[in-house]
Write a protein that binds this ligand. Structure first.
Ligand code: ATP
Length: 245
């Protein structure tokens, strides 16, 4: 496996907010982290990224994961910066920037903006963008570095349906092109089932299920955990579609 997580647990104050969790994900995998509010999804993601003190082990291809291998997009942001969108993307490459920004780096940043349909925002200051536009630019910044482990905390929370689909497609393409792993928290279970290869289900601080979406999202389980009456249909491609009654 590419990513091996063993006995990862997190305490916040005196409370254990994530009980020891173990899972492994293969190269090219997009894994969705699902669960109700406060379940521990962000805690798991931040701990895997090495941004939150945690017990346990996180290995990438048999060796301890190092920060340079990770691209992390947090849940909350409101960028109050006068940097332009293009400058923001280049800043994401700071480890490889010399005294002068190379034309190839600018070209790569411009290509990434074009890929995400953001070219027209290139010269705009970050502080003058909408929440959804900022979210897209910050994702583009992470993608540009091509991290082998991309960790996203609700990357579609501010996006309209078109951009949700675009982002999840780009994230899938990133995993396929880099052979890396994407770990992403998502609240929309239907979108998670459509775009993720596997789901990790967190309930009250415990990883209680892990596997293909159709196995993890069964009707009694979703009804119990999210406390709503639902029906699960199948899309044309056979992905689960969650319909609340
Ligand atoms: N800074 C903090 N200090 C203490 N407890 C915290 C802190 N941040 C989160 N918690 C607690 O840790 C638990 C897990 O929170 P976490 O943010 O990981 O959940 P989540 O599943 O990501 O929730 P959401 O879907 O609402 O974003 C919650 O009970 C929360 O109250």
């Amino acid at each position: 496996m590419s990513l091996d997580v063993e006995g990862l647990s997190v305490r916040r104050g005196r409370r254990e907010v994530l009980a020891p969790a173990s899972f492994a994900l293969p190269p090219g995998c997009v894994a969705g982290v699902v669960g109700p509010n406060g379940a521990g999804k962000s805690s798991l993601l931040a701990a895997v990224a090495g941004l939150l003190p945690a017990e346990g082990r996180v290995h990438w291809q048999g060796r301890p994961l190092v920060p340079q291998q990770v691209g992390f997009l947090p849940q909350c942001f409101a960028v109050k910066s006068r940097l332009t969108v293009l400058e923001c993307l280049l800043l994401g490459l700071r480890e490889s920037l010399g005294w002068r920004v190379q034309p190839a780096q600018v070209a790569a940043a411009e290509r990434m903006l074009a890929r995400l349909g953001l070219s027209q925002l290139s010269d705009r200051p970050m502080e003058a963008l909408s929440g959804g536009q900022q979210q897209l630019v910050l994702l583009a910044q992470r993608l540009l570095r091509r991290p082998v482990l991309l960790i996203l905390d609700e990357p579609t929370s501010a996006l309209d349906l078109h951009h949700q689909v675009q982002v999840l497609r780009h994230v899938r393409a990133h995993a396929e092109e880099t052979g890396g792993v994407v770990l992403t928290a998502l609240h929309d279970l239907t979108m998670a089932a459509r775009f993720c290869d596997r789901l990790l289900l967190i309930e009250a601080g415990t990883l209680t299920a892990e596997g293909p979406p159709a196995e993890v999202l069964d009707e009694p389980r979703v009804t119990r955990i999210w406390r709503i009456d639902i029906e699960i249909l199948a899309s044309r491609e056979g992905h689960p579609v969650i319909v609340p009654h």
